[in-house]
Structures are given as structure tokens and as C-alpha cells.
Design a protein around this ligand. Structure first.
Ligand code: NAD
Length: 321
């Protein structure tokens, strides 16, 4: 069995490699050859923790495994990350444990890869202004991955807690892009691509604030009840997602579905666009919205890529297990 500790991940895998791994598994999902199994998420009644599993199998790459972990809100006081996760990969032929891989950085990288993939396939080619809603831990990964996909000339941002916006300004400066904090009216009026990555439980962005031709990547809503944009905006958009079943139950689409504004059939799996089996953006005026809910297969794909890299670079830790 191979062990790749959390501390080794940053030196092993690039965001470009994560992008490729996630793009491939999204396409495999659309071909129905990769499956996510039902998600388990439980409050354990100890340490205020939420704990669970995301698992799946990709028959094309024979990647089988699970990500275990969750949210320990008191970790920060101990100098630890609140979100903790570990990926376990299994040999699809024998069921033996193939690898244990730190999952914290990989979660941020695979989530950023998903929105970057949506920009690659759905944003207008001439997109120039990137709008960010959210300035938490994930936001800077989202920003770094997004700027790889279009020739953005400026980053504008809004956050519920404005004091957190400094981290986005710093990363924008590192990338070499001008940065400005704006209100939501300006964000909607000026951005060509908008990424939302917050833990909001009520709509932040309204349909009236978004102009035609915008691409939205809604990445924060991954639980029942969470919401980042008005259901009316979802209904006004061409809709894409990683997994339709999750979009309508725990994703941004859950509210428009509950209000009867859209039907499940209105939502296209992004993998079908990647595989060439569905159309993406149909016109420069269309508003496209990617509902990124986060699936286990994303975690397994990037963890498997890490294991391959650790082996090829000769740094894999082998354990007799
Ligand atoms: P974080 O705690 O570091 O940051 C939270 C963000 O939400 C900050 O910008 C904060 O200002 C904002 N926020 C908090 N309360 C708010 C409110 N009431 N209204 C509006 N905004 C509010 O979290 P993070 O690690 O950056 O994750 C952000 C979100 O992304 C979380 O909801 C997380 O569950 C989700 N997430 C999704 C995926 C996926 O695959 N889709 C993966 C990882 C995380």
C-alpha cells in the first residue's frame, strides 16, 4: 500500500494535472462508466463534528475508493484545518487497499478544477473581467485556476465579510491582475465570469444584477438549504452541473426545483459537454450557470493522479499492509 501524506501533496501535483484528472472523470460520468455512490454525512454528536464518506468507481480508469472526513469546527483553536479529509483508494480487481492520500489540499484543487472546467467549456471566449463572490479558504484556489482559462484583465470581488477580501487582492497581485472590491450591482454589471464560493444560506446575487453573456460558477452550495443566487437567476440560465442528482437536492438548483421554476431535464451534465455529446453555450447573450456540487469521483481522480506522480517521482512511501 502507498501512503502520500498531506505534506507531500503540494510538491507532487499541479492545478493543471488536477484539471485534467477532473475533466476526464466528468466525461466518464457522462458516459455512465463512472458512478458516485450515495453520500453519507452524519453529525457524530461529539466535538460538533460532521463526518461522512464520498465514494465511487470509474470503470474506465479502474479508480475505486472513498474520501472520508468532514468538518471539525473547533480545530482552528488547535492550529488545525476545520475541514479534514483522507482519500482511500482500492484495487478494483482485488479490493485491497492501494493507497491512503491526504485529502485537504486535494479538495481545494479538485473544486477549483471543476469551476475552471466550467469556464473552459461555457464562458465566452472574450471574457475579460472575473468576478469573485466569497473570500474564504477555497476562494484563492478558485481564482488561481480560473485565470488559466481566459485572458482575464481584471478581478473584481465582493464578500459578506469584507475584511477577508485581502487574500484575493494578494493573489490577484501575485498573478499580475488589477483587483477592485465592488458592490454586487457593479460585480454583476461588469463581470464576464462570476464564481461564488461561500457558505451562504440565502441568495446573494439577484437575476436583475447579472447581464447577458455572463458565465456563473456556483461552487459554495453543497448542502440542503445553502443558496448563493436567486432561484430566478437559476431559472434564467442555461444550466450545467457535475451531477444532476446532487444539483437538484444539495446544489444551487435545489431552490429553483422546489419553486417549480425548472425541471431536472433542464440541467445538463458538464461531462456530456466535455465528451462532445451535449452543446455548451449556445450564444454570446446566454447566461450559463454551472452548479458545482462536488462529487467523490473528483477526489478519487486527483488522489489517483497523486499516487501515480509519487510512484513516477520515486517518492511513494510503501507500507506492507
Ligand atoms: P470558509 O469558511 O473559508 O469561507 C466561507 C465564505 O463564506 C467566506 O467568504 C465568508 O465570508 C462567506 N460567508 C459566511 N457566512 C456567510 C453568509 N451568511 N452569507 C454570505 N457569505 C457568507 O469556507 P471555504 O472553505 O472557502 O468554503 C466555502 C464554501 O464552499 C462552503 O460552503 C463549502 O461547503 C463549499 N465547498 C464546496 C465544494 C464543492 O465541491 N462544491 C468543495 C469545498 C467546499
Amino acid at each position: 500500500m502507498i501512503v502520500v501524506p498531506e505534506s507531500a501533496i503540494a510538491d507532487l501535483i499541479s492545478s493543471a494535472a488536477c484539471f485534467t484528472a477532473v475533466e476526464q472523470v466528468f466525461a466518464a460520468m457522462a458516459r455512465n462508466s463512472a458512478y458516485n455512490f450515495p453520500v453519507v454525512r452524519e453529525s457524530i454528536g461529539y466535538a460538533d463534528a460532521l463526518y461522512g464518506f464520498k465514494s465511487g468507481f470509474d470503470r474506465e480508469s479502474l479508480i475505486l475508493g472513498l474520501k472520508a472526513g468532514g468538518f471539525w469546527p473547533n480545530n482552528a483553536k488547535k492550529g488545525l484545518t476545520n475541514h479534514q479529509s483522507t482519500v482511500f483508494l482500492f484495487d478494483a480487481d482485488t479490493g485491497r487497499c492501494r493507497a491512503v492520500v491526504g485529502g485537504n489540499l486535494l479538495t481545494a484543487l479538485r473544486t477549483a478544477a471543476a469551476s475552471a472546467i466550467s469556464i473552459k467549456y461555457l464562458a465566452r471566449e472574450d471574457a475579460k473581467v472575473l468576478g469573485m463572490i466569497g473570500a474564504g479558504h477555497q476562494s484563492i484556489f478558485q481564482l488561481r485556476a480560473a485565470v488559466q482559462q481566459r485572458a482575464f484583465e481584471k478581478v473584481i470581488a465582493w464578500n459578506y465579510h469584507p475584511e477577508m477580501l485581502g487574500r484575493l487582492e494578494q493573489v490577484s497581485r501575485e498573478i499580475g491582475l488589477p483587483f477592485e472590491t465592488v458592490d454586487l450591482d457593479r460585480l454583476g454589471a461588469e463581470a464576464d465570469v462570476i464564481i461564488s464560493i461561500t457558505s451562504s444560506f440565502s441568495p446573494i446575487l439577484k437575476a436583475s444584477q447579472v447581464r447577458p453573456g455572463t458565465h456563473l460558477a456556483c461552487m459554495g452550495t453543497d448542502t440542503k438549504g445553502k443558496q448563493e443566487v436567486e432561484a430566478k437567476l437559476v431559472a434564467a440560465s442555461a444550466l450545467f452541473t457535475d451531477e444532476v442528482g446532487q444539483a437538484i437536492t444539495i446544489g444551487e438548483c435545489q431552490h429553483a426545483i422546489a419553486e417549480g421554476l425548472i425541471a431536472e431535464e433542464d440541467i445538463i451534465q458538464i461531462g456530456a459537454v466535455i465528451a462532445g455529446d451535449a452543446k455548451g453555450r449556445l450564444s454570446p447573450q446566454e447566461i450559463t450557470l454551472f452548479d458545482g456540487t462536488g462529487v467523490g469521483l473528483q477526489d478519487l481522480a486527483v488522489a489517483s493522479a497523486v499516487v501515480d506522480l509519487a510512484i513516477s517521482k520515486g517518492v511513494a512511501i510503501e507500507v506492507d499492509f
